[in-house]
Design a protein around this ligand. Structure first.
Ligand code: NAD
Length: 365
């Protein structure tokens, strides 16, 4: 009998339920056609949870998240909850999950499907075949460092303070994720910081270099974060895995995202300690402007499921099958509105889901 996999689905707000419905069909397909045995739980998160429970994540959902192998999340937020207290806002549901599951490693792949090279803001030859993985530290650095705050000075000025701080163990654990990842890919890691002007950057560089000694087959180079941003738009295909801190990762992963064309195509993962629960979610938000109209692109969510299969469930063949099906559908000329191009056929969220399932049928050998 195949191993039992557990998954918590949190569709969330806006387009979340629509895109998640398509991912759910793929999970059912994997059960029926590949014998993958999933126990799927479902609950609310974000504004939907606030409406149902008065908080952005129920205690029950959090307890479940700690028990299952992985969480697949849609998106949270929307104007309906703009007036809600900060600690009960939809986004707080995400922050609670990240903190409670100790999700310190954010994986953001930037893959450019051949059929979409024209949607990139760069020239096709620069992005055709692009496949980068950005590994961003998610729970440390300047977003969390103390002291922080805004203070009044005696001379009447105000002073804003944030502190960039990293410890060796924080650097080591994210570096290990990056080197392990590179081992499953092209075997190259670029570590990015500002060692020229920041002591925390110098420490980062020294400690990543120490961790690299455990990975003799992986090539490591260091690049200042400003230079890395420049190289990402000059010659992005030089990169395989980029490992960087919370702040620079925030910026560099958004730059890399635009190389690929559309927000609706980008999956992500947040990993914690080995063997712990991981969370997978599309990079985009809840898109309230198009919610409920069948216009949302479900591919980022479906590719997030593929990441879960690869990194949590150890089902690389099924991950490849999903990615191959997405590629086949795009090559066949089908597009949701966000990635529509002249001469292509515009389809709804559910028709995109139907087509990906049909492509999986045809690729399943
Ligand atoms: P957004 O990503 O929701 O939307 C930006 C633009 O991209 C919109 O025009 C939207 O229609 C389009 N878009 C996004 N995803 C799409 C998809 N799958 N298919 C087709 N088009 C898509 O960002 P925003 O408008 O800045 O934020 C809307 C809400 O989402 C806000 O409440 C924000 O806080 C929240 N948000 C949540 C997350 C998350 O859940 N991780 C991330 C970002 C923003």
């Amino acid at each position: 009998m195949s191993k039992e996999h557990s998954l918590l689905i949190l569709p969330g707000d806006g387009i979340g339920p629509e895109i998640m419905a398509q991912a759910r069909r793929i999970i059912d397909w994997l059960g029926a056609n590949r014998g993958l045995n999933f126990t799927v739980h479902e609950d609310h998160v974000g504004g939907a949870a606030y409406d149902a429970y008065g908080k952005p994540l129920s205690d029950g959902a959090l307890a479940l998240a700690k028990q299952v192998d992985a969480v697949l999340l849609g998106a949270v937020g929307g104007p309906k909850w703009d007036g809600v207290d900060y600690d009960k806002r939809p986004e707080a549901g995400l922050l609670i999950l990240r903190k409670e599951l100790e999700l310190f490693a954010n994986l953001r792949p930037a893959i450019c499907f051949d059929a979409l090279v024209d949607a990139s803001s760069l020239k096709p030859e620069l992005v055709s075949g692009l496949d980068i993985m950005i590994v961003r530290e998610l729970t440390g650095g300047v977003y969390f460092g103390e002291p922080r705050g805004i203070e009044e000075l005696e001379n009447g000025e105000r002073r804003g303070v944030n502190t960039q701080v990293y410890t060796t163990s924080e650097i080591h654990r994210i570096a290990h994720v990056a080197f392990d990842m590179a081992g499953k890919r092209a075997g190259r890691v670029t570590s990015s910081e500002k060692a020229n002007v920041m002591e925390s950057g110098l420490l980062w560089r020294e400690e990543v270099t120490k961790v690299a000694e455990n990975y003799p087959d992986i090539a490591l180079d260091h690049m200042l974060a400003d230079s890395c941003a420049m190289q990402l738009v000059r010659a992005p295909k030089q990169f395989d895995v980029i490992v960087t801190d919370n702040l620079f990762g925030d910026l560099l992963s958004d730059v890399a995202a635009m190389l690929t064309g559309s927000l609706g195509m980008l999956p992500s993962a947040a990993l914690g300690v080995k063997g712990g629960c991981a969370m997978y979610e599309p990079v985009h938000g809840s898109a309230p402007d198009i919610a409920g109209q069948g216009l949302a692109n479900p591919i980022a969510t479906i590719l997030s499921l593929a990441m879960a299969l690869r990194y949590t469930y150890d089902c690389s063949a099924e991950a490849q099958l999903i990615e191959g099906a997405v590629q086949k559908v795009l090559e066949g000329g089908l597009r949701t509105a966000d990635i529509m191009q002249p001469g292509k056929a515009k389809v709804s969220t559910s028709v995109m889901g139907d087509s990906i399932l049909r492509a999986m049928d045809s690729l399943n050998t």
